[in-house]
Design a protein around this ligand. Sequence first.
Ligand SMILES: C[S@@+](CC[C@H](N)C(=O)[O-])C[C@H]1O[C@@H](n2cnc3c(N)ncnc32)[C@H](O)[C@@H]1O
Length: 180
Amino acid sequence: MATVMATGNADMENAAVDLVNPRPDANVVMIGCGPGVGVVAAARRASNGMVVGLDPSAVMVERSRARCRRARVEHFTRVERAEAELLPLPDQSQDAFVSVNNIQLWSDRSVGLDECVRVLVPGGVLVVLLHTWAMPDAVPAEEWIAELTADLSARGVILESSQIQRFRSGPAMVLVGRLA
Ligand SMILES: C[S@@+](CC[C@H](N)C(=O)[O-])C[C@H]1O[C@@H](n2cnc3c(N)ncnc32)[C@H](O)[C@@H]1O
């Protein structure tokens, strides 16, 4: 599964990091980092900062750490087991929060979004990508995106863009916001 994700979702992980475009000294958290493609991509840019990859799966954490070692970015990356609902990060410590293909798996989205805004610095960027086919069946994609946008706005996140983009791996929501 980790190998399938590493190749199948690499286009989206890389696109998410392109959207963040981290400064060299940026602190970036990649939630649900899976096998770590985005962690390495972000670390290559934030080489004087710190990229934290978090995932509840021990297998994914191990895969992600191994990828960082192979890419020789282990000194400015940290990969740990954790869920979006309880981030092992201080308040206002992150310049960017990135979620690719995992927000639909959070057990409590409301708590996860609270955690996201807790750890972001004012002006910090939030990037969420999700394949439309991974959105819950019961709700049309437009409605699901509108709900997420409203939840973010209620937490002081200003939406900069929200669109459906076609990736090699399929169509996906691409949402970029910034904490006021
Ligand atoms: C479909 S994979 C995507 C992995 C990676 N972002 C990618 O696109 O290749 C979803 C990941 O979300 C993780 N996940 C599941 N529940 C989560 C939660 N509550 N908080 C954060 N990550 C979670 C899973 O362990 C898994 O690695």
